[in-house]
Design a binder for this molecule. Structure first.
Ligand SMILES: Cc1cc2nc3c(=O)[nH]c(=O)nc-3n(C[C@H](O)[C@H](O)[C@H](O)COP(=O)(O)OP(=O)(O)OC[C@H]3O[C@@H](n4cnc5c(N)ncnc54)[C@H](O)[C@@H]3O)c2cc1C
Length: 484
């Protein structure tokens, strides 16, 4: 339970009598409607969707963002490349099940175009073609794999647990106990050779940017029941012209309501409302509001001072929520040599330190083009420790192994290691061993504080999940405010 204190002791303890709200700038942030004001912290898709929807519904919102631009982990780099090329350094793909993203894109006239699928595989030094893997002509150089497919090789070794859910039900003790063990551990129990665990590490590298020894077996089993899992046949889309258009469109709609360069430092709250202390031009200022939505990753939230403290189970989840590691490297080339007849392909699955490497600029005019790599887990940690020059050198050497012409056309590379980003410090959440109840606890409001962000969503680790959480929080606030 949240430790509630009365209004008087609240003001006394926080020591802000008389100067509760010292708005430095625009009259939009005037104190005339403090009672109804909602502060939203974090202009990623979670905070933006919540602020936009509440604004549309007539609420007085202020969106506070630490950086000078919206989007958070949706980040399209543009200035770094020639010829108006751009690249997604954060979130990229929109699946057909991402209904909230599709809905916003329809509303704001943004087109989603399908990306190209995997056509090359480079593992253990072998160049393979996806077409030949599909037809069974090429076998994967891993023990225990089935011919005809790349992804989902682990399923045959965990089938008995998938069947267990079908027979006993999700809520049975036996099934729920799977949260106490890792997917690596059930793969071993199910007779998977070491090779299958290694391959799974790469196949699962964008779903969960971590190692199989940390991922909850329950989460993997359930995801295999609910969906057929990611495969080489999954059609993925991307917002034509760059994903940043979605956060930019949302932020434009509420531009006068956003304070950039204003990180939240501290929150004081009681049953009457909240006082947020933010930093503006290096000085702390206080804003009073009826409610506050925290739409920032737990890696940042855990260092925000909140008085009175949140409930114990919430604090535990904030401190322990698992995230992986991710780095993207975008490389500009003079020519799109990967489309040449003798090339391994344009979207390549690898076990190199770059992991996935693919032609990003498929829907942008040439002749220049961008190859983008998505590195995660231990490889991202390894590259994360290096400087730009060393990352560039490794990327160059790795590309050379995959495409012999690549060094001829190389122009420049740019990288983004998300775990080093001061306001994110993570890639995205995954279902770690023992964390099956975390989402429920992290998303639970402790009025007047509300919690959004991909880590609070059913469809975690995605743009869709971020919006899902923004919409959920909007509903919770509308409901709570209708009683006041
Ligand atoms: C490399 C990578 C690849 C990805 N690929 C995909 C993909 O293909 N498809 C997909 O759907 N999703 C993908 N994702 C996940 C997706 O980006 C996230 O799930 C989603 O964007 C998270 O949105 P959010 O609003 O919850 O958090 P964020 O986007 O992290 O927003 C949080 C915001 O809070 C701000 N902030 C932090 N601290 C403070 C503070 N103290 N005060 C004020 N503001 C603060 C931050 O600056 C940030 O703007 C990817 C993510 C990464 C990193």
């Amino acid at each position: 339970m949240v430790n509630k204190i009365g209004r008087r002791s609240f003001i006394k303890k926080t020591g802000v009598i008389g100067s509760v709200i010292s708005f430095s700038s625009s009259s939009l942030f005037s104190s005339s409607s403090d009672e109804k004001r909602i502060i939203i912290v974090g202009a990623g898709l979670a905070g933006l969707s919540c602020a936009y929807e509440l604004d549309q519904a007539g609420y007085n919102v202020i969106l506070i963002e630490a950086k000078s631009l919206p989007g958070g982990r949706v980040s399209t780099y543009r200035d770094q490349f020639s010829d108006n090329l751009y690249s997604e350094m954060g979130a990229e793909y929109v699946d057909s099940t991402d209904l909230f993203v599709h809905d916003y894109c329809r509303r704001f006239n943004l087109k989603i175009l399908p990306a190209r699928q995997y056509d090359g595989v480079y593992v253990r030094g072998n160049e393979l073609s996806m077409e030949r893997i599909r037809s069974g002509e090429n076998s994967l150089p891993y023990n225990g794999t089935e011919d005809g497919m790349l992804f989902g090789q682990e399923v045959q070794y965990i089938q008995k647990w998938i069947d267990l859910v079908k027979h006993k039900g999700i809520n049975s003790t036996e099934v729920q106990a799977l949260d106490n063990v890792s997917v690596e551990s059930i793969l071993k129990k199910g007779g998977a050779p070491k090779d299958i665990i290694e391959l799974y590490t790469y196949a699962n590298a964008t779903e969960s940017t971590t190692t199989p020894s940390k991922i909850s077996a329950l989460a993997v089993i359930l995801s295999n029941i609910k969906t057929s899992g990611f495969s080489e046949n999954t059609v993925e889309g991307r917002i034509f012209g760059g994903n940043d258009q979605l956060p930019k469109t949302l932020s434009k709609k509420i531009e006068n309501r956003i304070k950039y360069n204003s990180p939240l430092l501290r929150l004081d709250h009681n049953s009457d409302g909240v006082i947020a202390t933010i930093s503006e031009n290096g000085k702390p200022i206080k804003i009073k509001a009826a409610k506050c939505v925290l739409a920032i990753p737990t890696t940042i939230l855990k260092n925000i001072e909140i008085y009175p403290k949140l409930s114990n189970d919430k604090i535990k989840c904030i401190n322990e929520q698992a995230y992986g590691n991710a780095m993207k490297i975008a490389i500009q080339f003079k020519k799109r040599f990967w489309d040449n007849g003798d090339s391994i392909g344009q979207r390549v699955f690898t076990d190199t330190v770059l992991r996935r490497i693919y032609h990003f600029s498929v829907d942008q005019p040439g002749p220049r083009g961008i190859l983008l790599s998505f590195t995660s887990g231990k490889d991202a940690m390894k590259l994360g420790k290096l400087g730009d020059e060393e990352r560039d050198k490794i990327a160059k050497n790795t590309c050379l192994k995959i495409w012999k012409d690549s060094s001829k056309y190389w122009e420049r590379s740019v990288s983004k290691y998300w775990n080093d980003d001061k306001w994110i410090k993570a890639s995205y959440t995954f279902s770690a061993v023992g964390q099956k109840n975390f989402r429920e606890i992290l998303s639970r409001n402790e009025d007047p504080l509300y919690f959004a962000g991909e880590h609070t969503a059913f469809q975690r680790a995605s743009m869709n999940g971020a919006i899902e959480s923004g919409l959920r929080t909007t509903k919770e606030i509308v409901k709570a405010m209708s009683f006041t």
